[in-house]
Design a protein around this ligand. Sequence first.
Ligand SMILES: *Cc1c(COP(=O)(O)O)cnc(C)c1O
Length: 362
Amino acid sequence: MKYGRTFNFSAGPAMMPEPVLEEIRDEMMNYRGSGMCVMEMSHRSKVYQQIIDDAEKDLRDLMGIPDNYKVLFIQGGATLQFSMIPMNLMKNGKAVYIETGAWSKKAIAEAKKVGDVIVAASSKDKNYTYIPDCSDLDIPEDTDYVYICENETIHGSTWHTLPNTKGHVLVSDQSSMFLSRPCNVSDYGLIYAGVQKNVGPAGMVVVIIREDLIRDDLTDLPIYLQYKTHADNGSMYNTPNCWAIYCCGKVFKYLKNLGGLEAMAKINEDKAKVFYDFLDSSKMFKGTVVAKDRSLMNVPFVTDSAELDAEVVAATKAAGYDNLKGHKSVGGLRASIYNAMPKEGVEALVNFLKDFEAKHNK
Ligand SMILES: *Cc1c(COP(=O)(O)O)cnc(C)c1O
């Protein structure tokens, strides 16, 4: 790694592609002859308008977002969407949620403040180590939407097949897997992602919403909480997170140049395989999620004792592999290996763990 940078396995904020950081550095003091840094720029200026327009266009190209979907850049992180979604989408006051971990649980708690929530399936019985079968759910006819967290960052599970919503609108939290693989946007009514996991700096969420779901009869809602406000004003009703939009735009372009989401998915599959192959062959370490539902982004794993887990965390940190402590609800370790984590980082960590295991067994 250049610049003395570390392989950072943080769940978020997380690594960004090095070429993107270098470009940002080069444009820091004077963005393309504007005489100022993007952080200092009016969001109403022509030069900034170009930045946000390019960011949206590159994201649309990358994901193949159809014309009848709006792309919104909103503040408040992914967490504000836990509330905005039910506030805007519950017409009949009823939604189906699938509970697959901590983040869907939080979303459920917020939605319950707004309307009726039916938890139609859950993997709570096994501490969220799998994705429940959702091929034939009982979904009331007047359900406004079906909600999933497509990648549970803490528990390390991913939906490899979307639920059968029986014609209802699908809403997905893609925060920790956004842009990690191709996505057929038309399968969804609304996709959202806090960008600090797999794209850019913290402080922003991307919302991709089908136009017919944007309502104009919600005038009693605070103006910032209406999707219509953001849609009607090109995400600039108020000052947006100019800096995050700029950085994310660079990542979108970087991914396009890399060959798009199919190329990115191949890299991610390859990278995760190195890790899971190791876990499956190790006697000391094991993955916590059932094989078919494993995340390619967040890999929780454990030894057979909490003391040994702690010892491994300390050893990895001392060796320069940062942020491997597992979330307190799962324990053990967790390696987040998002888009920007190079394969060499995973290989180096795996070699370190192999070594640790060999020495421990001596
Ligand atoms: C991190 C995370 C969130 C919360 O993101 P904030 O931007 O901190 O609000 C929500 N959902 C998932 C899946 C996450 O990983």
